[in-house]
Design a binder for this molecule. Sequence first.
Ligand code: ATP
Ligand code: MG
Length: 177
Amino acid sequence: MHIEKIELKNFKSFSRKTEIPFVKGFNVISGPNGSGKSNIIDAILFCLGLSSSTKVLRAEKLTDLISLNSNGKEAEVSITFRSENEGENGKVEVKRRIKVTESGYYSYYYINSKPCSLADVKKFLEKAGVYEDTPNVIMQGDVTRIVEMSPYQRRKVIDDIAGISEFDEKKEKALQE
Ligand code: ATP
Ligand code: MG
């Protein structure tokens, strides 16, 4: 399965409806500083609910994700996935919308235009091998951070990825009992 296209409406710097096509395999997005490359990654994390906090999306609050060059009331990101072996039926569209009203802001998820919960989106992603808390996305600065870490901190990252930390924590707990 791969991402076939991303559609942004009023998300961050994308005040006009923007469609970004992706091919199967390796894709590169290039452009000058500040042109919105990282905002596309933020859009993916936002849409799929993969960001535990708005800090990850480089925003103070969720409503900061709405383009400043719009009416500031709503933003929407949809991602179309294509599954290779299912032909035309192999398309799934995940969409997330935020809407500001007088009583606050609301966030909605949809799968193939049907309203659903974040848990449903996660279930769909797990089928494709995308789990929360796994390093599916390496953010700008992450590599530098790893390079500059102490060997002990770096070992901790590797243990986390390999799933060893979980056992270390269990061992620690058992020793305390
Ligand atoms: P770099 O090469 O420096 O990493 P980039 O292409 O990754 O740049 P982004 O960080 O994606 O750039 O885009 C930053 C731009 O997005 C800034 O100009 C910022 O003003 C704009 N931006 C962020 N949030 C909003 C918003 N809510 N409305 C309008 N513009 C926004
Ligand atoms: Mg960037």
